[in-house]
Design a protein around this ligand. Structure first.
Ligand code: FAD
Length: 489
């Protein structure tokens, strides 16, 4: 039986392991942490449970697909529900918008609260849908770097309609031109942050992200986000995949430009195929030392990072739901700080995630578990202790103002995550949440391919390579790796 080694048990690493097992490989996963999931993990602070990383779950069918591939019924092992309200939005001028999953209800809400005619949003969403349908099969589901991708009808169709993709204008510009109303523009600009980008730079094609949310909905796993990791990990174990935790891979070995295995913990492990789920920058830096990092990867701008306050709160807030956003007053300045000044903005958009609204047992009675995330630049050696201290008091002050409370008296548990901690825990270069930013109109092409041009049978998956960061795209990268292994190895 041919052997495959996967380096890293992030969501894409585990999905790749399952997929390669199903096409006949004997698969071993090496993970430097003592637990699976990378960024997608959880922890407890006394009686409160917190998802450590991604709070937002879209396209759950991509997780289901892994169970189906293994001949299992997904709902026997992994369950989730659709949220009726995707997110609650608050502005300091008192406007509060509920992003209903039901599109008609949402459009109605926008008309009532913001006075924007239904036809304007309908047209905007239809355009986003059209873009998504044009690029789905080429940008997201296939290797963009494999020549065969360009010989398909889907690619030709997309190239023919390239102007519809709106890559020459920023997301903010197309939102302002089409929507005009300032709250609504900020609402739709925020989707750039779903892959750690800047709405004032990322191209208009990124409105496909809001299409995913508004057309397919947002979901919450019944046992919390970490259940995505746990269910996939258990599925991989049932398939006979071997996991080696606390085992850092030090080198990818090759013979005559063909991959040969890895060195981990001083020992050599041979294999026919190696898939690296490690951030691509660090894969070159530490695991492929004699191969220079491609120039476009060396130069690539990192996505944003975050400071996260995990707070146990001794009160329940009825005006909040699972996902809540308190918008900053000057969005342009916020992104200028993050991407140009590489500093923590002074006026912050505050995201509050409360899984105890949906997940039983995540907080004690009459309490809530708050995951409060603020977008920041990735780590360039800023003084994070000082920035975090100042940010904490600013955030509490703004929450107090908008929600009319005295939060400092309600925080009974606390833990804090900063960009260097994210880097340290998940080996994400500079602590970026999503690998590379998508601020360039060429970003899809500038991301690293899912295979190596230098070493045969070496593949790459996860948030730092094609098609990009976020759980759905990471899962898609595993499918692309499976297809490439099938055709190239
Ligand atoms: C705070 C936060 C919020 C986010 N919000 C969202 C969200 O709401 N929705 C969403 O979809 N996405 C979100 N994301 C992004 C999402 O979490 C990531 O894109 C995704 O989880 C990355 O998965 P991955 O497969 O690339 O691997 P990672 O999770 O990056 O894991 C890589 C693994 O490789 C291991 N590793 C590294 N080097 C070695 C080595 N030498 N040897 C062995 N093992 C090694 C690491 O320990 C780690 O376990 C968020 C991320 C963070 C951190």
């Amino acid at each position: 039986m041919k052997k495959a080694i996967i380096i890293g048990s992030g969501i894409a690493g585990m999905a790749s392991a399952i997929r390669l097992k199903k096409i006949g490989y004997s698969v071993s996963v090496f993970e430097s942490n003592s637990y699976p999931g990378g960024k997608l993990s959880d922890f407890r602070l006394n009686k409160f449970r917190f998802d450590a990383g991604p709070p937002l779950f879209t396209l759950p069918n991509l997780v289901d697909d892994l169970f189906i591939l293994c001949g299992e019924n997904p709902s026997d092992f992994f369950n989730y529900k659709k949220k009726e309200i995707a997110c609650n939005y608050f502005w300091e001028d008192g406007v509060n918008l509920k992003a209903y999953s039901n599109q008609n209800k949402f459009i109605n809400e926008v008309e009532i609260k913001l006075g924007v005619h239904k036809s304007i949003i309908k047209k905007y969403l239809e355009k986003a849908k059209e873009k998504y349908e044009l690029v789905e099969n080429i940008f997201l589901k296939k290797s963009l770097h494999d020549f065969s991708t360009y010989l398909t009808l889907d690619t030709l169709k997309a190239l023919f309609k390239i102007s519809k993709l709106e890559i020459n204008n920023s997301l903010h510009d197309i939102n302002s031109n089409q929507l005009k109303e300032k709250h609504l523009v900020q609402f739709y600009d925020r989707y750039a942050t779903y892959n750690g980008s800047d709405p004032y730079k990322t191209p208009g094609i990124m409105s496909i992200i809001q299409h995913l949310e508004s057309n397919f909905g947002t979901y919450v796993p019944i046992k919390g986000m970490n259940d995505i990791t746990q269910s996939i990990y258990k599925l991989a174990k049932r398939q006979g995949i071997k996991f080696n935790f606390n085992t850092k891979v030090n080198e990818i070995i090759k013979d005559n430009k063909i991959v040969n295995g890895v060195i981990a913990g001083g020992k050599k492990y041979e294999s026919d195929v190696v898939v690296s789920n490690v951030d691509i920058k660090l894969t070159y830096k530490y695991l492929l030392k004699d191969i220079p990092t491609p120039k476009h990867i060396q130069k690539a701008e990192r996505s944003s990072s975050a400071i996260i306050f995990y707070w146990g709160i001794s009160k329940q807030f009825n005006q909040l739901d699972l996902h809540n956003v308190l918008f900053s007053e000057n969005y342009k300045m916020e992104f200028d700080y993050i991407f140009n000044k590489k500093d923590v903005p002074k006026d912050n958009t505050i995201y509050i995630n409360i899984t105890s609204k949906d997940v039983e047992g995540d907080a004690p009675k009459n309490c809530e578990n708050w995951f409060v995330m603020i977008n920041t630049p990735s780590d360039y050696g800023q003084n994070w202790d000082d920035l975090t201290k100042k940010l904490r008091s600013r955030v509490i002050k703004r929450i107090n103002k908008i929600l009319n409370c005295k939060l400092e008296d309600l925080i009974v548990e606390e833990s804090i995550m900063t960009p260097p901690i994210i880097e340290n825990k998940t080996k994400s270069f500079r602590g970026a949440l999503y690998g590379q930013s998508s601020n360039s109109k060429f970003s899809a092409f500038l991301r690293h391919s899912n295979f190596s041009n230098n070493i045969k049978n070496l593949y790459f998956c996860g948030g730092s390579v094609h098609p990009g960061g976020g759980i759905p795209l990471c899962l898609m990268s595993a499918k692309i790796v499976e297809d490439l292994v099938n055709s190239k190895s």
